[in-house]
Design a protein around this ligand. Structure first.
Ligand code: SAM
Length: 239
């Protein structure tokens, strides 16, 4: 049977905690409708079931995003560009190759490079080897390169790429200065005439400000309701 690519579950620890805590709260609300603390009776069913339901629904929406929404979001992002087929593309925080492989499919003579630090906290089963397997299964190995690299200090010369893509990566950098540095690096390695599409669920206003300070022309999409968390794309163009 042909192997299927696996693009992983984003933030697997968060998904697990939401599902486990949500289920535990709901079950405890049914088993212990009231709790007696001394003279005080707590209506536990009411206190536990609604927060539990919110956690469970949040966890399920994140699984739904990982299995369905992220492919729609990838296609929406790639459709924001007019592809010639000869572009040099960089996917920052490529993970298991979602945008990288999608972009490679639109190339004829160009090359798509994916960089990552392969954090398994941010994406389940995240490793260069698993990404290589997805690339082989999808049959784009002749158009793709993979590299271990940090978004804050890219190892590419200035003006290397026509297209720079990134989804749900930059918010993982803990310090604001690190995120700003990553945006400056994107502006540095983007070719004049090139476009960067940076997608995230928080901090997109700050990315926008940094790109503007770097002299790029910037706009931002509205939230995509088919993702969870809801994602926005910052589009930055270098003249
Ligand atoms: C939630 S995953 C998203 C992966 C992929 N872009 C996708 O949409 O499926 C975030 C990715 O960003 C990577 N990442 C986190 N911090 C990074 C950094 N400083 N430099 C490069 N990659 C980073 C993680 O290793 C992980 O692969």
């Amino acid at each position: 049977m042909p192997q299927k690519p696996d693009y992983g579950i984003d933030a697997p620890g968060v998904v697990r905690n939401l599902l486990v805590i949500g289920a535990a709260l709901i079950v405890s609300g049914f088993i212990f409708p009231t709790i007696q603390l001394g003279n005080v009776t707590i209506l536990w069913s009411r206190s536990a079931i609604w927060p539990g339901t919110s956690c469970l629904v949040g966890g399920l929406l994140m699984v739904f995003y990982a299995k369905w929404g992220k492919f729609r979001h990838r296609d929406m992002m790639l459709n924001m560009l007019h592809w010639r087929g000869d572009e040099w593309v960089l996917d920052i925080g490529t993970g298991r190759g979602l945008l990288l492989i999608g972009a490679a499919r639109r190339l004829k003579t160009g090359t798509a490079t994916g960089i990552d630090i392969w954090s398994t906290k941010d994406l389940s089963g995240n490793s260069l080897e698993h990404t290589r397997t997805n690339i082989d299964i999808e049959g784009v190995q002749d158009k793709v390169e993979l590299k271990s690299d940090d978004a804050r200090k890219l190892s590419f010369p200035d003006a290397s790429f026509d297209v720079i893509l990134s989804n749900l990566c930059i918010h993982n950098i803990p310090e604001a200065e690190g995120r700003t540095q990553a945006c400056r690096e994107i502006a540095r390695v983007l070719k004049p005439g090139g476009t960067a599409l940076i997608s995230d669920f928080i901090n997109t206003g700050a990315y926008r400000e940094t790109f503007i300070a770097c002299g790029l022309k910037v706009n931002r999409t509205s939230l995509n309701p088919f993702t969870f968390p809801w994602l926005r794309v910052v589009r930055a163009e270098k003249s």
